[in-house]
Each structure stands twice: as structure tokens, then as C-alpha cells.
Design a protein around this ligand. Sequence first.
Ligand SMILES: Nc1ncnc2c1ncn2[C@@H]1O[C@H](COP(=O)(O)OP(=O)(O)O)[C@@H](O)[C@H]1O
Ligand SMILES: [Mg+2]
Length: 280
Amino acid sequence: MKSVLTIRGLNLEIRQNGRQSTVLRKINLDIRRGQVHGLVGESGAGKSLLGKAVLGILPSSSSISRGSIHFGSDELTGLDRNRRRLLASRYIAMIPQDPMTSLNPVRRVGRQMCDVLRLHKGLRRKAAQEQAVQLLNNVQIRDPLRVIRQYPFELSGGMRQRVLIAMAFSCEPDLIIADEPTTALDVTVQRQILRLIKQLQTESGTALLFITHDLGVVAKICDFVSVITEGRIVEQQAIEKLFKEPQHSYTRTLLATTSEYYQYDYRMSDAARFPPPETA
Ligand SMILES: Nc1ncnc2c1ncn2[C@@H]1O[C@H](COP(=O)(O)OP(=O)(O)O)[C@@H](O)[C@H]1O
Ligand SMILES: [Mg+2]
């Protein structure tokens, strides 16, 4: 199947306190259409920077010193800023770790959703409003007509994450990068959000790069996994192989710290992995 994203030999340098260090080394990564690709590794491994490199939102202290990022027919590292922004905002969406910092605190939820829909889909105000309500329905938010008039602080963390998930899927992107989208949420909500992301991903066929430090989460939703440590990808496997026959010692260490319960999730059907919520 065709690759949506192809990264080859990517090195990323960061300058800090007058010193330059290489924080990503020789990264190769392919994400195919319809695939959920997990990027798993410890905190500080370089996961978020890799996601930011694809989105074109790297900190100014960093630079790509080698390699390429192909997205569709475009090579992203060689593009001018404007074209890059346009591509990234129209065809690549992001689900962030902390839903609060990604929503504008002084704009109503519906307004923010409509801004995105009007910008990317060219919808008129009324059509955008109707679509925003529909999108909130899709992410199983009850009473969407009330929610669109609320401010982000009036919503729970899980609700805010649902809004951002709705926005990420709303423009039918080719790729979604989810950077630890459930880490800031408590366990029950985490499961509901994972189920939702998986359901929308399956329905839309959007490729998903799912960044996490948690192999339990990987077992729930990924098809293919890249294991990263200290800026290097040390193992890339289909999910079954990774859990059954981990090749690298770092992967085995990660597996040893993941509860047995989650390790077997990857063998199950979606229905078994995601039982109906305990509460409606
Ligand atoms: N803006 C920055 N300035 C300097 N160093 C950074 C910056 N962002 C990340 N780093 C460093 O780069 C490494 C990788 O960071 P990051 O990609 O955020 O890790 P992860 O997401 O895997 O936890 C870490 O050592 C981190 O300290
Ligand atoms: Mg991170």
C-alpha cells in the first residue's frame, strides 16, 4: 500500500546553552494509508520532536541537518515556509497531549470549530455551525448545541480532548499525529478516548502516527510500531511480532514494564479491546 509519510535518514540538532546536540539520528519511518503507526519510547527519547518535524513546528533552536520527509509528492524539509504551513495545516492534523493549551481559552468552542471549518473547507457560517454540531455528535458529546456555546474551561479534560479529536478529523486530513493524546486523562476517560480515536480512524481510513510512552496503549490501537530510544529508532515491527518476538533489548525492557493485561490486547478484536463504556 502507498506510503502517506516517508522519512529517510533524518537527523535533528538542537542548540542549548551554546552546545549543539543531535536529538534524532538516522530516522527512517513509513506510514501507510489507513495505518495506525505507534511511536513508543521513554520520556526524552525524541518522540515529540519527530512529530513536530513532520508538522513543521520545530523550536527555533533546532534544525534538520540531514535527511528527508516526504509527504505525498512533497519533500517537506525543502519547501518554503508558506507552502509548508499550508500543507501541514490542511492535510496533517494534530491531537495534542494537553487539550487545554490547544484550545483558545477566550473563544467559544463552536467559534473555534467554525474557524477551522470555514478556513479549510470554505464553509459559510451557517453550514460551519451545522457541521460543528454534527462533529460533536460524532465524538459522542451529549448536548452539542450547549457545548458549542461554552468556553474550553467549562468542559472536562475528556470533553476538551473530544472537541480536539473532532477538529482533527473534521478536515479529512491524510495524516493525524496524536502526541500522547490520553496521557493527561484519567484511566477510564483514556479508554473512552482511545476507543473514539480508533473508531474514527477506522471509519475515515486516515493514517495515524500515535506517539506514546505506553506499550499498553500501543497494544490497544496500533498496527505497526517504531520503538525509539535516545533519538534512534531501534526496532520496527508489526504489532503481533513486536509483542511475540521483540528483537531489541530496549523493547524487551519496555515490555517487561507493561502489565500482562494490556500486552494481550493486540490479539483481540476491536469489540473485545473496547468494551462498551461502564457508564453511558
Ligand atoms: N525546545 C527545546 N530546546 C532544547 N531541547 C529540547 C527542546 N525540546 C526538546 N528538547 C530535548 O530533546 C529531547 C527530546 O525531546 P522530546 O521530543 O520532547 O521527547 P519525548 O517527546 O520523547 O519525551 C529531550 O532531551 C529534550 O530535553
Ligand atoms: Mg513528548
